[in-house]
Design a protein around this ligand. Structure first.
Ligand code: HEC
Ligand code: HEC
Ligand code: HEC
Ligand code: HEC
Ligand code: HEC
Length: 390
């Protein structure tokens, strides 16, 4: 095997391999395939003994070794690596593989023109200097406990357990949110550590997503389905984006447990279909609402307000809608039943954003950005759907 005497310290004390070893990896990597599953030389991501010339092989500055023989001690160790440049991914020698980066720093007004991917970014909640607990999910290894919310998810309801019982079903959360597992979003909810929870995910066949295994679930969110943009929505457009799964509900109960909103409901259940959602007239579904609806199809509404979604019914990457059919990207919506479903991530980013409550756009900080913030005509943020309120 090659030597790597060129190893040196940079970027916050991380050890990097920069020699023949890496050149070999380059050749092997280029020969790899372009499927979503992990590809490239094993050495990009794994170390057999965590020792090369007697020194650690970890890429995240930790001592190692790590579970599954990977070269980072945590999910964030790889996915939060500063050397990943989303879009070009040209620094893969030091950031293993074509890794989607979850702490990108360039968001812009809506997170669609910079380097932020679909999930948003943990960068703002990660920055202790900003005291920004509200700007992201406070995940272990990313940020400490949320100063206001503690460990408990607002709207927590243990009954949304079809895809595995989160927090062991307990009423009170005594542990902080993790990337995966029993107190996390990704992977198998019966596992108590991140790597056990996603085991087999990175190498699994994900050509057909039916939610049956971690690998066959949308973004390793076990039980959830959807269409995966191969570049994780790096600079998405109406014709290039994820296609989220939603349900055209006609009642408050969550019957479809494979939607992206059901994922959020696994922890924030009451915000999806909770107690106290009885309408003023005694019904449990329909306007006037008591909480903002999700898994509601705008095709089912008579109002022209929603028929003018995004002005011309083109899919908005600013305020996206989900669909029942997720076999392909939809560039126009409100074309057929079930293709314009309001979802939690119509308004939120899953990981975080520069804005409070992980919102996709600025909502209340100066009261102005919502309206024609991008310098073009209106219909941004809430107005993408509420077209007559602009
Ligand atoms: C781009 C990064 C990457 C590359 C390249 C890579 N792996 Fe992995 N591998 C991972 C990660 C991350 C995990 C742990 C999480 C998981 O199981 O999904 C893993 C887990 C595994 C596992 C245990 C889980 C399973 O799927 O059985 C084995 C075995 C494995 N890798 C073997 C290999 C071999 C052999 C190669 C080279 C042909 C390789 N890997 C290349 C990232 C990679
Ligand atoms: C050794 C580096 C490494 C580690 C550690 C690692 N990942 Fe990954 N991850 C990758 C790479 C590279 C990809 C892109 C290839 C792929 O899609 O499998 C990826 C892809 C993903 C994806 C997107 C899959 C898709 O459908 O596109 C998710 C979700 C993910 N990882 C979650 C995790 C979680 C959770 C952990 C911690 C248990 C983790 N990763 C640990 C390197 C890593
Ligand atoms: C595994 C549990 C879990 C899942 C799944 C989950 N969350 Fe959370 N969420 C939490 C916890 C715990 C908190 C409170 C602590 C924190 O902010 O991290 C929280 C806080 C929040 C907050 C408030 C942030 C703040 O600090 O004020 C928002 C907004 C939010 N979640 C939205 C979502 C959305 C949208 C989804 C689906 C994409 C989702 N959550 C999925 C556990 C979860
Ligand atoms: C993806 C589309 C979409 C987005 C984005 C959206 N809404 Fe809505 N909103 C709807 C739909 C659909 C309804 C249900 C209307 C109905 O039943 O008549 C609704 C209902 C409401 C209601 C209750 C109306 C009633 O009659 O009870 C309010 C208030 C509201 N939205 C405000 C907002 C605000 C504020 C934002 C931005 C933070 C926003 N919405 C973003 C689609 C959206
Ligand atoms: C129409 C846009 C919109 C939709 C759809 C939406 N949210 Fe929110 N969410 C907001 C806004 C705006 C806030 C800020 C607080 C408020 O206005 O109630 C918020 C706040 C939150 C909070 C923080 C509560 C706290 O106490 O800090 C959580 C958690 C949350 N949302 C989860 C969800 C989940 C889960 C869904 C889907 C079931 C969802 N949201 C759907 C706009 C939305």
């Amino acid at each position: 095997m090659n030597t790597n005497k060129g190893r040196k310290k940079m970027n916050g004390g991380k050890f990097k391999l920069l020699t023949l070893l890496a050149a070999t990896a380059l050749v092997l990597f280029c020969a790899g395939n372009v499927l979503a599953a992990a590809s490239g030389a094993c050495v990009n991501c794994h170390t057999m003994h965590n020792s090369q010339d007697g020194a650690s092989m970890m890429v995240d500055g930790t001592d190692g070794p790590a579970p599954a023989l990977v070269r980072a001690a945590s999910c964030y160790g790889c996915h939060g690596d500063v050397d990943i440049v989303n879009g070009t991914w040209d620094n893969f020698l030091t950031a293993p593989g074509k890794t989607p980066r979850i702490n990108a720093q360039t968001y812009g007004d809506y997170g669609v023109s910079g380097d932020t991917l679909a999930g948003g970014s943990f960068y703002w909640v990660d920055d202790a200097g900003m005291a920004a607990d509200a700007k992201g999910h406070n995940v272990v290894s990313v940020a400490g406990q949320d100063g206001k919310l503690g460990y408990q998810p607002p709207g927590w309801d243990p009954n949304f357990s079809v895809n595995g019982q989160i927090n062991g079903g307990a009423e009170t959360w005594n542990n902080q949110l993790t990337c995966a597992g029993v107190t996390g979003c990704h992977g198998d909810h019966t596992a108590t550590d991140d790597f056990t929870a996603v085991k087999g995910g990175h190498h699994g066949d994900d050509s057909e997503l039916d939610g049956s295994t971690v690998a066959k679930s949308y973004r390793f969110l076990k039980g959830i389905i959807g269409y995966e943009d191969p570049e994780w929505e790096f600079q998405p457009t109406a014709t290039k984006h994820n296609q989220y799964h939603g349900e055209a509900r006609t009642a408050d109960t969550a019957t479809n447990t494979k939607t992206i909103s059901y994922l959020c409901a696994e922890c924030h259940g009451d915000f999806h279909s909770g107690e106290g959602t009885l309408g003023a007239d005694g019904t449990t579904w329909g306007a006037p609402w008591l909480r903002h609806p999700t898994d509601l199809d705008m095709n089912d509404l008579p109002n022209t307000e929603y028929a003018l979604y995004n002005g011309d019914k083109s899919y908005s990457v600013v305020a996206p809608v989900a669909s029942e059919d997720v076999s392909a990207v939809k560039s126009s919506v409100l074309v057929g039943a079930g293709d314009a479903v309001v979802t939690c991530i119509s308004c939120h980013r899953a990981h975080g954003s520069p804005f409070d409550d992980l919102l996709r756009w600025k909502y209340n900080e100066d009261g102005h950005l919502m309206v024609a913030a991008n310098g073009t005509s209106g219909n941004v943020g809430c107005f993408v759907c509420h077209t007559t309120k602009d």
